[in-house]
Write a protein that binds this ligand. Structure first.
Ligand SMILES: [Zn+2]
Ligand SMILES: [Zn+2]
Length: 765
């Protein structure tokens, strides 16, 4: 049965370049007996198909339903044209960018696929042990793109000319490497080289370089490894002295290192993993997944205590390039893999920088190659909460996937916060969050911000007409924004957190919400430090309707580093005597007198409604931690204690007054009483978490709106988030939590974009 002959132009938008979409279109059209062509252009993919009218319909249906796994199909628009009698189906060269704004997203980098992994370890395959093996389903994308549209001449692979065998694969529609832009092989691809700090090394020889790197890793040396979006510093995870040396060289304090493990079997030996965690580890984004460490690892694999000192969580990731797979197959089964940089500085991605900065001062050996990294991009970090992946750092594997905004915005740049910085460019209903930029202290970080904004502007052809930044007068990113654009719109930190959550859930200004923002520090409308806030209203008009009763941070930043100081401040406010049996009192020792004097004289005492600091105070009160060397360290300990408790949970309560101000004083007195009675620290920690979850529910109840959003860094806490969501759902609320951008300051810029468009947030008190 044949229908009428038809020809249609079919345009597909979304993430459709660099994901094997044109080969897929070719296969689909050929299978349906259609003729025509397909090409990439600045809007996405354009095809024309001609043949049986019903086959054309079927073609349009399959484009959506059978799209390649890494594609994100936006719109499919069809326009009938006159049949030309064309024969055969062809893939045509990309149309150049230019003219009006292109909207084609660059795809993220993707972990090595199962097919390529099989070939990598198959001695009969011509890419056996080829570190740069890749196909249309996997490999580098974002980090090699020079400009759009995404095509080999526009990537850092442009200088590697395809050999005849690779060229055949590239041109063969039946091959799974058909038009795979980073395609290469041992004959035509990049080459590994190795440098040692003593001047020895290997030049342009994959096998010899790998053998030397593997030997150095086994010997406990620190090896800088050039990866997709930058350099890692790698060291065997079971060698305490080697890990300690890396920690000292990076000046990293106690902050846990991530560990790359050979395979899931090794991961299971080191940590308790549930199915969603396994899925996250093994996903194409291959992020670092924070998982619960086993008390006693199973035999066969050891991770030295120095990798994550006293931490109940371990950040694990699987190898995601051919090079990583080879290193872990031949080398130690578990490697510390940390960004190649000093603590807080941007990741090193430039080859000259790598030689200067990574060899000697930080690393003993540099394993490098001759494919440049165009866009630096750190590993992403996620955590699974109640079975769902929550991003804690959204970078490699996710950036630069766009986020669909609930309302259109003019071309906007939002610079985010100073810590865990990420910026955002947006226009219309599309927003592109940048990769993770680190902390903005230091000139190198501001340069990275500047370069990222330039790269993103050119990728997405956005010339921002509006700039949005945090209201904090001392944020370096905000100052940078004001220098660039004196008309920069300043928005309040915690409203931006709530707005980022609403943005990722597509909640626009038609819906009034109750938003709870808990974090460590943010600049409030009244110039004090906020961080335990509840808002009500629509996204552009979020009124602060309640908050945690302000406490004082004696010594300002010193109080952030010393939770014992905050604990003492709160104990005094709660009317408790500072007796020696109280852990923070004992911990402060001689400093106690200084802190008390500061509090009595109200000098250097910053008022704050920060929930993060209250978590710190309770961690100190329970004797878990009195001093921190990285953000949220005390809160992580308190959460771990709470998670370990399975007995009856004590009931503590915040007092909430008519103006929705919540005082923790009763709660602190009860906790002190319980600790003196010998109630287990884990039970107290669990009781405190439950009290905070109850507080969220009480606030939501008083505000009386159906939709409740939870944002801010404190909601990285799985015990708290899970308890709060449970309480709220039981009370009939629809609860929003983060799935796309981090609840911490890494998601801030997305909210800033929305607030920049939807009104003057500082006037909406
Ligand atoms: Zn592959
Ligand atoms: Zn080749």
């Amino acid at each position: 049965v044949t229908g009428a002959r038809a020809r249609e132009q079919v345009r597909v938008t979304g993430v459709v370049q660099g994901v094997g979409f044109r080969p897929f279109v070719h296969r689909t059209a050929t299978a349906l007996g259609l003729s025509g062509f397909v090409l990439n252009d600045r809007h996405g993919v354009l095809a024309e198909v001609e043949g049986d009218a019903r086959a054309v319909d079927e073609f349009a249906r399959r484009l959506v339903e059978d799209a390649p796994p890494r594609a994100v199909v936006g719109e499919v628009r069809r326009r009938p044209t006159a049949p030309t009698g064309e024969r055969g189906f062809r893939i045509l060269a990309s149309l150049p960018a230019g003219g009006d704004a292109p909207r084609t997203p660059v795809p993220p980098d993707t972990a090595l696929c199962a097919d390529c992994r099989r070939e990598l370890f198959d001695p009969a395959d011509r890419r056996y042990r080829h570190p740069f093996i890749t196909c249309t389903a996997c490999g580098p994308r974002f980090t090699i793109v020079e400009r759009l549209p995404y095509d080999r001449p526009h990537t850092t692979m442009a200088s590697f000319e395809l050999c005849p065998a690779c060229r055949r694969e590239y041109d063969d529609p039946a091959d799974r490497r058909y038009h795979a832009q980073p395609l290469c092989c041992p004959a035509c691809g990049p080459r590994l080289s190795l440098r040692r700090s003593d001047g020895s090394g290997v030049d342009a020889d994959d096998d010899a370089s790998l053998r030397a790197a593997v030997a150095d890793l086994w010997a406990g040396r620190i090896v800088a490894v050039k990866g997709l979006g930058g350099h890692h510093l790698a060291v065997r995870a079971d060698d305490p002295a080697a890990v300690e040396r890396l920690r000292a060289r990076k000046r990293r304090g106690d902050k846990p290192f991530a560990v790359m493990v050979r395979d899931l079997d090794v991961a299971h030996r080191l940590a308790h993993l549930d199915d969603p965690e396994v899925e996250a580890l093994d996903s194409p984004a291959a992020p670092i997944v924070l998982v619960r460490r086993r008390g006693a690892p199973r035999p066969g694999v050891v991770v030295a205590e120095q990798v994550a000192p006293a931490s109940p969580l371990l950040g694990l990731l699987l190898p995601y390039t051919g090079l990583h797979h080879l290193l872990l197959a031949d080398g130690p089964p578990a490697l510390v893999m940390t960004s190649g940089n000093l603590a807080g500085e941007p990741i090193v991605h430039d080859d000259r920088d790598a030689c200067d900065r990574l060899l000697g001062d930080l690393g003993d050996t540099l394993l490098t190659h001759d494919r440049p990294i165009r866009v630096p991009c750190d590993d992403s970090v996620v955590r699974v909460v109640d079975g769902a992946v929550v991003p804690l750092r959204r970078s490699r594997g996710y950036a630069p996937l766009p986020v669909r905004l609930p309302v259109p915005v003019p071309p906007t740049l939002a610079v985010g916060g100073d810590l865990k910085a990420a910026c955002c460019l947006a226009t219309g209903r599309d927003a592109w969050m940048s990769q993770h930029l680190g902390d903005l202290q230091g000139p190198a970080a501001l340069d990275a911000l500047e370069r990222t904004v330039a790269t993103m502007s050119s990728f997405h052809h956005i010339d921002p007409r509006r700039t949005v930044a945090d209201r904090h007068p001392r944020y370096l990113g905000a100052r940078w924004a004001h220098r660039r654009d004196p008309a920069t719109v300043a928005v309040q930190h915690h409203r931006a957190h709530i707005a980022s959550l609403l943005a990722e859930h597509g909640v626009g200004p038609a819906v009034a919400v109750c938003g709870v923002a808990f974090d460590g520090t943010g600049f409030g409308d009244d110039g004090t430090v906020w961080g335990g806030e509840v808002f009500a209203g629509t996204v552009g008009a979020l009124r602060r309707v309640g908050h945690l009763a302000p406490h004082r941070l004696p010594g300002g930043d010193a109080a952030v580093r010393h939770p014992a100081r905050v604990a003492v401040s709160l104990l005094l406010d709660a009317g408790l005597a500072l007796t020696d049996d109280l852990a923070p009192v004992a911990a402060l020792g001689d400093d106690l007198a200084v802190v008390v004097r500061q509090l009595e004289a109200h000098s250097h005492c910053v008022p704050s409604s920060s929930m993060g600091r209250l978590f710190d105070a309770v961690a100190s009160l329970t004797g878990l931690r009195h001093e921190v060397t990285f953000e949220a360290q005390a809160a992580v300990d308190l959460e771990a204690a709470a998670a370990s408790w399975d007995g009856p949970t004590p009931r503590y309560r915040f007092e909430v007054d008519d103006t929705l101000v919540a005082s923790p004083h009763d709660l602190l007195r009860e906790i002190v009483t319980d600790l003196r009675r010998g109630v287990a620290v884990a039970a107290v920690a669990a009781g405190f978490h439950r009290a905070v979850a109850d507080l969220v529910a009480v606030w939501a109840d008083r505000v009386g709106l159906e939709v409740v959003g939870l944002s801010g860094g404190v909601f990285q806490n799985a015990v708290l988030t899970s308890a709060a969501v449970r309480c709220l759902r039981r009370a009939g609320h629809r609860v929003l939590t983060h799935r796309v951008v981090p609840p911490n300051d890494g998601g801030l810029a997305l909210g800033q974009v929305l607030l920049g468009a939807l009104g003057s947030p500082s006037s909406a008190r």
